[in-house]
Design a protein around this ligand. Sequence first.
Ligand code: SF4
Ligand code: SF4
Length: 338
Amino acid sequence: MERKKPFVIDEKIYKRYDERKQLFCRTDVDKEYKNYKREIYEKMSDTIKEKKSGYSRIDYALDSAAWTLYETYKLIPRENIRGLGYYDSYKSLPKYRVEDKEKMSKIIKRVASFFGASLTGITNFDERWVYSYDCNGDKIEIPEKYKYAIVMAVEMDRVGLGSSPSVTSAAATALGYSKITFLVMHLGEFIKSLGYHTIDMLNDTALSIPLAIQAGLGQLGRNGLLITRDYGPRVRICKIFTDLPLEIDHPIDFGVTEYCKNCKLCAEACEVDAISFDDEPSFEIKCSENNPGVKKWYINAEKCYDYWYENGVDCATCITVCPFSKIKQNKPGDFWKI
Ligand code: SF4
Ligand code: SF4
């Protein structure tokens, strides 16, 4: 039986995404961009003086601390990350022989869960989702030996996210990033310890959401995010390309597209109308960051990102209000009452 494809793609238009179009990247390297070198936290000192609930010195300290592992990882050259896989005694071992791909996949999922994954899926490597160029303008080419992508999602804290758009919500997002960093570092080392190769990724190198959809973790929502069955969009995603032989998973359909056609809660909740109210997904892009050629509800990422500056911290309201997230929005400051 032929499986339903999870994406509608116009192959004449679609091109691999150039990471230099992405707004975080443009902030770092694009001198023409209006937010070049601007810090999201630039108003922090003034915001703290305003004494708004959810924007205190304590809240900002929590957010800053939650980023720690993610920010540290960015500073370490990948070849300097060392687990047992690099010790001499391990180097002398032959490559682990995979005789049963299904069993190996089960082991990988168990190990991913051990290191903190809430969900793990496996898909074939698909070049369409690999960035064409990275943020520094270097062309990205993945060697042919990488046949599989392991995609993992980590649940983010319900109470923290429920306080969006305040700083405790941003702290829950930050902690999600540090958790996926921990996960990808450790699972990558596990696979290398068996004698195989990995490319360990957070948001870099390839688009996480389409890979996650192909690996059966969920579907694409109106809010532009992966909607998982158990946690909705309340997850952060990381992935590993590897040559370890694995059994693949398949995309799932639990009715998200149909649900989103009528729901529109995220579009109503967004302060800056960055989310489409259109009844149907379409090929119409909404800003220069969008990559045309895929039928979906495109997000106006420029409006969204500008709001983060105005808010003094990143926002997650379109995650919080989504019924699939299964959380209740709380008042800024409620984080500390739990
Ligand atoms: S993160 Fe906030 S500003 Fe951005 S699209 Fe979602 S609700 Fe709108
Ligand atoms: S809030 Fe509603 S419309 Fe938006 S992604 Fe969730 S289910 Fe879809």
